[in-house]
Design a protein around this ligand. Structure first.
Ligand code: GLN
Length: 293
């Protein structure tokens, strides 16, 4: 390997991490140190902190070989979350596979707002549209112990992942999983205190400029928001009203440039009142809010 840093004689955890960090950095990986730690901890079945405590430990050759394979896949563009099969989100660790979008920290803004709204309510009904890994709906069910959460996804494979995540979080008995397109699988007359969604919102022309590890590895159906990126907001705005209770809340995650457009789509609905747009930790507009009149 032309770019490979000098090879040490004894492969301790320290040597493995140093070598890999340098190698990943040279290959243009954005967070080489953390990625090296997460992948080695995964192979050794320990926590990241244990690696640092046991810096001089020498992992067996079989583990080193598995680590090497993961590093190669990482360099080839595989997201770390798919390589290790999990991603931490809000207060839980979620299983992720290439069938689901990897939960993003921005989405925690939506979850926090949902929980603040639900806190004073007794036994609220919640709907998560396009649940993917289940990260939104499951985090809500986990934190609001008397809620019932319905989670819909068009992808049967994603729903299987979400169901396993619900079971692992101990909330499966308070969740209903439905397969289908947006609101289609809901029973007639179903209404909710809160409806949340992080729909696909990448516009057609944005795909070329998307990070390769997102574009080439995460599910296209979880990203593709049609020609202008707004296709799902248009459909949600038009259809959501009847599924919200009076005073019920709608929370939609958006791309950083979509605030005005999505607010406009919701404002065009006579039964909805648009509320403030929430910003994420990077101060980007991230969650559009509305209330059913
Ligand atoms: N609801 C899931 C998430 O927020 C999936 C979203 C999606 O696939 N667009 O991560």
């Amino acid at each position: 390997m032309a770019d490979a840093p000098q090879i040490p004689t004894v492969w301790t955890n320290r040597a493995l991490l140093n070598w890999t960090t340098e190698y990943l950095a040279k290959k243009g990986i954005e967070s080489p140190k953390i990625d090296a730690q997460v992948l080695l901890a995964h192979v050794l079945g320990c926590k990241k902190v244990d690696l640092l405590v046991n810096f001089d430990q020498q992992p067996p050759e079989a583990d080193r070989n598995r680590f090497k394979e993961l590093i190669q896949r990482r360099v080839n563009g595989w997201p770390v979350a798919y390589l290790v099969g999990t991603r931490d989100f809000y207060l839980l660790t979620f299983e992720v596979t290439p069938a689901v979008l990897i939960p993003r920290p921005e989405t925690e803004t939506l979850v926090a707002e949902a929980l603040a709204f639900l806190k004073p309510k007794s036994a609220p009904a919640v709907l998560d549209v396009g649940t993917g890994s289940g990260c939104i709906g499951i985090s809500i069910a986990h934190q609001k112990k008397d809620s019932h959460v319905t989670a819909i996804d068009v992808s049967p494979d994603a729903l299987e992942v979400a169901k396993r995540n619900a079971a692992k979080a101990g909330v499966a008995d308070r969740m209903t999983f439905l397969q289908g397109d947006l609101f289609a699988p809901l029973p007639a007359g179903a209404t909710f205190d809160l409806i949340a969604s992080n729909p696909p919102y990448i516009a057609g022309h944005e795909f070329a400029g998307l990070q390769a590890e997102v574009r080439d590895h995460e599910p296209r159906a979880a990203l593709d928001g049609g020609a202008d990126g707004l296709a799902f907001y248009r459909r949600i705005a038009a259809a959501v009203g009847p599924f919200l209770k009076s005073g019920g809340k709608l929370l939609l995650e958006i791309g950083a440039t979509q605030d005005e457009a999505v607010r406009g789509l919701l404002a065009a609905q006579p039964d909805l009142e648009v509320g403030p747009t929430l910003k994420d930790d990077a101060k980007h507009p991230r969650v559009v809010t509305a209330k059913k009149k």
